[in-house]
Write a protein that binds this ligand. Sequence first.
Ligand code: GDP
Ligand code: MG
Length: 208
Amino acid sequence: MWFRRVVIAVGAIIFVEASHAGCGRSAVEADGGNPVFSISPAHSPEDDNGTDGTSADGTATGALFTRTLSILKPDAVAGGHVNAINARFERNGLHVVAQKRLRLTKEQAEKFYEIHRGKPYYESLCEYMSSGDVVVQVLAGVNAVSKNRELMGATNSATARPGTIRRDYGTDSQRNAVHGSDSDKTAEQEIALFFGELELMTGAHPVF
Ligand code: GDP
Ligand code: MG
């Protein structure tokens, strides 16, 4: 009888160990209680849950590891919110893989926001973006563009959803703390405006 119990107990331990082995994704609790998923670079059918953007045969599943350009605008930088905003990105699986603090000239701001030329707010937007230091950064993570936009919140800080970066650190529809690219294509174009290839060597792959 005791022998049967020992065999069952050992069998259960082996089963539990085997179910954990080969699991490529681990969830850990970050400071704010948000789950952060670390994705192992080596892909195996066991971790075929779509979080690394590929299925077992390597085809895309809709969740891709991508990157986006983020700018912490003059109000966020002058307000001393750089570290708090970066911590929020990291906690939510967006990794700051390149970053620099700089002061845009009015001409550089005009070039960056060229697509908005002619809008009633274009002049004041470019004045504002060149009024103080900004922090430009590349964020990398699963579906980085949409994840960042979700964390940023709506354009107008006054009406953005509570808990978003813009609601917490911005003021209105212009002084809204952060910029984020709006598509993968514009992300790559915007990144190229500020960063060279050598500065982006860790940005294209899961590196953690
Ligand atoms: P975003 O993608 O959410 O940043 O919004 P847009 O691409 O439409 O606008 C670019 C930036 O222009 C915004 O982040 C704001 O800083 C500014 N902006 C947009 N709409 C307005 C507006 O109605 N008034 C003012 N003053 N600024 C605006
Ligand atoms: Mg935009």
